[in-house]
Design a protein around this ligand. Structure first.
Ligand SMILES: [Zn+2]
Length: 114
């Protein structure tokens, strides 16, 4: 299936191929402040469909481009390279249209120690 999602103002929109069953709650210095629920996907499963150009924030190893909207401030997705060297995407599931957040299995990941 294909999910759709967007930031609050709609400038950054996306389509995501695949099922979302399990999401990650990360305790790294950024995620614990931002409060996103994350799903990971292959890089080409995420298509950016919005008219806006994302702002980008990088920290620590700078391996992950954390994209956010310069207008509304919401961060719908990131792109980066996984530990295996493969490009991947990370989606803030809270930005996916119509998803039942309470039905998702939440997995805690200890990003603070990575
Ligand atoms: Zn926005």
């Amino acid at each position: 299936m294909t999910h759709t999602g967007r930031c609050h103002c709609g400038s950054l929109a996306f389509e995501l191929d695949g099922e979302i069953a399990e999401v990650y709650d990360c305790n790294c210095s950024m995620c614990r402040r931002r409060g996103g629920m994350l799903a990971f996907a292959a890089a080409d499963a995420l298509r950016e469909t919005g008219s806006g150009t994302p702002q980008t924030y990088r920290f620590n190893t700078h391996n992950i481009a954390h994209h956010f909207c310069g207008t509304c401030g919401i961060a719908p997705y990131s792109r980066g390279v996984g530990p295996d060297g493969v490009e991947m995407a990370c989606i803030n599931v809270r930005c996916v249209d119509g998803i039942d957040l309470a039905a998702l299995k939440i997995v805690q990941i200890n990003g603070a120690s990575l």
